[in-house]
Write a protein that binds this ligand. Structure first.
Ligand SMILES: Cc1cc2nc3c(=O)[nH]c(=O)nc-3n(C[C@H](O)[C@H](O)[C@H](O)COP(=O)(O)OP(=O)(O)OC[C@H]3O[C@@H](n4cnc5c(N)ncnc54)[C@H](O)[C@@H]3O)c2cc1C
Length: 410
């Protein structure tokens, strides 16, 4: 393989968008993406939503049409994995032993799904939801599946549960913590989604730990819980987070203990090496200045733009307001800001109406909004993040649009 001016490892949202943004900014050097997945870059969020339910096809979720990459002068090396980085020699080794030199390396390798370690974790019928191939495998089995156990009540687990419940499967969600979405949302939202899933026929088991997965003839046949109860099923979906895919960078000397640490321009401490997206830990003022690793399309795309700016001579530090979305049933959740560590919640609208927003505050400062079927609050609430001067009664009054209630802020 030839050497490149910019070599991008990973063809997910962050990697693909880096290449696109470089060309949009007029970058004329050689650019390549090396990605271990066989498919050209595609959107990941639909995997647990419309792609799982069959409402969108593989073509519908491509980030760009297949012909785009060659037309834009971006070499796409799919089905190839980067296994080692030599930072001083500016060279990457691929799984087949080939080496590729670079001037700038953009590490955008995302993460691998965290696996269970208990007995039965590798049985047929046990799935994670990270790649299109994962979901293709699941869909190929669905016709012979009646009962599904979803392990993990985070967004991906709940979205998969919603899609499969809508498809008529009998679904049980098993969550080790006392509430679903515990790591990413406040209690009110957790209880709301718990109730919604129950109303749609999903069994939700909280405070429940998995002992092992039991098999029959090499296939998963049930999930055994701590305490001995067996949940019989034909399919198990494991949604318990990701492990950042950074081993080659760490072996090359890059710092970080949760992914790879980057500065405000997404530079690692290796010369010429950037890291972006799910695998990059950065200091974020919306997290109170803490170093965080965000797993969202917003973060992947905005960090890609930061790298494209840095490589085209107009550096622009990363300072984007985090946002995220989730679709379950007919509920469109949009989140802006980071609610971690909040100490107060203002409810805007009636939770029972299934159209409401939650405004999270920390020490009197608005840190996040969770907006359920309230698109306007999401759009207008962005400008409120980090404000500490908005009266609570104004936030709570859903009859007044946020932009009217707070003219100075929007
Ligand atoms: C099912 C699901 C639903 C989601 N829903 C939402 C949502 O609704 N909203 C939202 O904002 N975010 C959502 N996310 C998160 C979002 O998709 C991720 O934050 C985003 O994809 C991160 O982009 P990335 O480029 O950093 O990583 P990825 O998209 O994971 O891309 C990394 C790529 O690098 C490849 N790779 C890894 N290691 C190597 C290697 N050594 N060599 C070569 N290639 C390698 C991987 O195979 C992968 O193709 C969802 C994620 C999943 C899995």
């Amino acid at each position: 393989m030839q050497d490149y001016d910019v070599l991008i490892v990973g063809g997910g949202h962050a990697g693909a968008q880096t290449a696109v943004a470089l060309r949009q900014r007029g970058y004329e050097g050689s650019v390549a993406i090396v990605c271990e997945e066989a498919a050209p870059p595609y959107e990941r969020p639909p995997l647990s939503k419309e792609y799982l339910s069959g409402d969108r096809s593989a073509d519908d979720i491509l980030i760009r049409p297949p012909a785009f990459w060659a037309q834009a002068g971006i070499d796409l090396h799919t089905g190839r994995r980067a296994v080692a980085v030599e930072a001083d020699a500016r060279r990457v080794t691929l799984g087949d032993g080939a080496t590729v030199g670079y001037r700038h390396l953009v590490w955008a390798a995302g993460g691998a799904p965290r696996r269970l370690t208990c007995a039965g974790h590798a049985l047929a019928g046990v799935h994670s939801v990270r790649t299109r191939e994962d979901v293709d495998r699941m869909r190929a089995e669905l016709a012979s599946v009646d009962r599904v156990v979803v392990i993990g009540g985070g967004y991906i687990g709940l979205e998969a549960a919603a899609a499969l419940a809508k498809a008529g499967k009998r679904v049980t969600v098993v969550e080790a913590l006392p509430r679903v979405l515990a790591r990413v949302a406040g209690e009110i939202l957790s209880r709301f989604y718990e109730a919604e899933h129950r109303a749609h026929g999903v069994e939700v088991r909280l405070d429940t730990a998995v002992e092992c997965i039991e098999g029959s003839g090499g296939r998963a046949a049930g999930v055994r819980l701590h305490g001995g109860e067996l949940l019989p099923c034909e399919m198990v979906i494991v949604g318990i987070g990701i492990v950042p895919a950074v081993r080659p960078l760490r072996d090359a000397g890059a710092g970080g203990d949760n992914g790879v640490d980057v500065d405000e321009h997404c530079r690692t401490d290796l010369p010429g090496v950037f890291a972006i997206g799910d695998c990059a830990a950065h200091v974020n003022r919306y997290a109170g200045g803490a170093r965080v690793r965000l797993e969202s399309v917003q973060n992947a795309n905005d960090q890609a733009a930061v790298v494209a700016h840095a490589l085209t001579g107009s550096p622009k530090p990363y300072d984007a307001v985090p946002w995220f979305w989730s679709f379950q049933y007919d509920l469109r959740l949009q989140t802006v800001g980071l609610s971690t560590g909040h100490d107060e919640v203002v409810v805007r609208g009636e939770v029972a109406s299934r159209r409401f927003s939650l405004v999270y505050l920390k020490e009197g400062r608005i840190v996040a909004l969770d907006c359920v079927n309230t698109v306007k609050d999401f759009a207008q609430g962005k400008a409120l993040i980090l404000r500490d001067d908005i009266p609570r009664e104004v936030l709570a009054d859903s009859s007044r649009p946020l932009k009217q209630a707070v003219p100075a802020a929007v």
